[in-house]
Design a protein around this ligand. Structure first.
Ligand SMILES: [Mn+2]
Length: 317
């Protein structure tokens, strides 16, 4: 930490890197760090090694991503990036640079920077907050909001099992610094497009419910995506949870995409859906896993149904 603070203080022009397929934590912690460094008089650039969507546009500084030249900077910092491949199309440039720092919270990953600071907090935003305090930066409401956003993202708004007392303590402090938590829910977590509401309603209504074994299979076909005007990149993988809340053991959604049928399994605590996903060459966590089946939607659905019944029977559930 000391070395990192020293390097940051010494640098004049700092490039910050978020991980590809950015999530709220990498965006929130990077934007907050950007504001902190600028308040210290640094020239700061923001980079993310993939094509960027518009879903984070409600954060003012988001438009600044990938608008500068890498040559302009004398220090590179990767924020919330577990391993170098997550740097996307900036990976090579980052690895080749002489003055690099990694700031991260993932328990798995590689020390790909010259200086690496990893603390296994629930979100990288908590680590950035700690750094900001050590740099004696004034925490503005904007910084507090961005950090709070990152924490909400990585804890699924305090629901994941990584949520701990430090998470709440940090959020309480950010709240006192003026974090606009309502804006975060309104503009991001609770925000849906009309097409998304229709697509997900259609999938919920059309669900195949197996009352004997207590599981649910939903589908979203490519024609559904088209009909409701929803980009098939939109994430509906958590939709099965709706049926878990109704008392079913396992729920899955099959999404028809250009490279096959993407299956997102969700389950209650005791039911291990990673075993089912593994049967199709996929994997993941006990209660959230996925796989890709290269078949038609209908035959993939039959295979998934068979595999779920098999899993529940074998385990005497
Ligand atoms: Mn993170």
């Amino acid at each position: 930490m000391k070395d990192i603070l020293k390097r940051i203080k010494k640098a004049k022009k700092i490039a910050l890197f978020s991980h590809e397929s950015p999530d709220p934590d990498t965006i929130g912690s990077s934007l907050a760090l950007c504001r902190c460094l600028e308040s210290m008089g640094k020239d700061v650039g923001l980079f993310c090694g993939c094509e960027l969507g518009e879903n984070y546009n409600f954060l003012e500084y988001y438009v600044r991503y990938n608008t500068r030249n890498l040559e302009d900077f004398d220090l590179y910092i990767a924020v919330d990036v577990a391993s170098d491949n997550k740097l996307g199309f900036f990976a090579e440039d980052f690895l080749a640079f002489f003055n690099t720092i990694k700031i991260d919270h993932h328990s798995v990953g590689t020390n790909f920077a010259k200086l690496n600071l990893v603390k296994t907090y629930s979100a990288c935003s908590i680590l950035v907050y700690e750094i900001a305090k050590k740099l004696k930066v004034k925490i503005t409401p904007e910084i507090a909001t961005e950090l709070y956003f990152g924490i909400c993202g990585d804890t699924s708004i305090f629901r994941n099992n990584n949520t701990d007392s430090k998470t709440f303590e940090t959020c309480a402090q950010l709240f006192n610094y003026g974090a606009d938590y309502r804006k975060i829910y309104n503009e991001f977590f609770d925000k849906k497009s009309v097409g998304y509401v229709k697509l997900t309603s259609n999938a919920l209504l059309g669900a195949d419910i197996n009352e004997k074994y207590k599981f649910v299979i939903m589908t979203a076909s490519s024609s559904d995506y088209e009909k409701f005007g929803v980009n098939d990149q939109d994430d509906i993988g958590n939709l099965p949870k709706t049926y878990l809340s109704c008392g079913y053991k396992i729920a899955v959604i099959l999404k028809e995409k250009s490279d096959g049928i993407h299956c997102s399994f969700r389950s209650k605590f005791e039911y291990d859906v990673s075993q089912i996903a593994e049967a199709f060459g996929g994997g993941g966590h006990k209660n959230a896993s996925g796989c890709n089946i290269k078949k038609s939607l209908n035959s993939a659905k039959k295979d998934v149904e068979k595999e779920i019944i098999n899993y529940l029977k074998v385990n005497n559930y």
